[in-house]
Design a protein around this ligand. Structure first.
Ligand SMILES: [Zn+2]
Ligand SMILES: [Zn+2]
Length: 74
């Protein structure tokens, strides 16, 4: 229980849920929230629901996987 309780899904994202068009959701102005595990249509950079930063681009395989795991140290 560190920062987890401040970044939890409050089910607000459901109201902003993006419709699936089958492919290329990022380019369709949709963003993914890793916390809510949902695609939403939202102008801002941050999830209106949990406050976590939204993904606006598909995953980039060649950048810093290691840096990411450092961030999650226990
Ligand atoms: Zn949510
Ligand atoms: Zn969220």
């Amino acid at each position: 229980m560190f920062m987890v309780n401040t970044m939890a899904c409050k089910e607000i994202c459901i109201f902003h849920k993006a419709k699936s068009n089958g492919k290329d959701r990022y380019s369709n102005n949709q963003k993914r929230c890793q916390i809510c595990e949902i695609f939403i249509k939202w102008e801002g950079l941050w999830c209106p629901c949990c406050g976590y930063m939204l993904r606006t681009h598909p995953r980039n395989n060649k950048s810093h996987k290691k840096a990411n795991s450092l961030k999650n140290r226990h």
